[in-house]
Design a protein around this ligand. Sequence first.
Ligand code: UDP
Length: 309
Amino acid sequence: MKTVLITGGAGFIGSHLCEFLLGKGFKVIAMDNLATGDIKNIGHLRGSRNFSYIHHDVSKHIAINEKLDFVLHFASPASPVDYQKIPIQTLKAGSLGTHNTLGLALAKKAKYVLASTSEVYGDPLVNPQPESYWGNVNPIGVRGCYDESKRFAEALTMAYHRIHKLDTKIVRIFNTFGPRMRKDDGRVVPNFITQALKNKPITVYGDGKQTRSFCYVSDLIDGIYKLMLSNLNEPVNLGNPDEHTILEFAEIVKERTKSKSKIAFKQLPVDDPHVRCPDISKARKELKWQPKVEIEEGLSKTIEWFKKN
Ligand code: UDP
């Protein structure tokens, strides 16, 4: 039986990874400090014999007694509202947290996966973004705490790969949605769904012409699993290339929730990227991966979950 440590295991993506890998027969250790994660996300897993939870901050030294086959570093605030509230913790999760988890993987001779982000491309001047694009990031802007911590994390991961020959993988995760997103995390999907369900105004920032592309969480997890088992070491984009303006997205949510909400235009946050869309040629070719869930289907499942919770 293979053992995997998942940092950020009580978070949105982390908890889906825990569940998926348990289902695949892994022994799963979830680690979280619950800064933005929620213990309820893994409540249903805690009875499982092959699951354990450690409450710990990844920016502090990590001691694990048992053998590890994989270390997946997914701990970090990831919503712009969250990481701008706790920028120092965010920088520490990406820097010290990445150093600690890489050191642990090296000591355990484990394979390593870093959760990186499309934010490494900043406000991109190239659309869609291939992995070869170096990005357009404001290092001292309000989003810099996240963007730069992930860029540093990628650099450190590649250094461990090159110097220590550690088998590392880097996944650049584009906007992902699904059940267990926090309804108050400030991101566009939970905001629009909760506003629409209450028939309250849907808050579109700026003119709503900025674009995002939304990947359903089960597709992302499938891609991460394929990457984990691959022999790739360079970064790979995972996301859904179906690009929408935010205004279009507001209309789709309205329609899916049969909401009477009006659109309310609000000020565009500082450094909000104008476009974002993954070029997934590499994932298609190297991992034989592509998203399968259409935005409408994913939204229906997510809306159902928000209604129940
Ligand atoms: N956004 C919006 N209304 C909201 C929340 C977000 O118009 O209530 C916009 C935001 O300005 C951005 C996009 O939706 O252009 C996606 O924002 P999110 O916070 O989900 O994450 P990002 O993709 O910027 O990291």
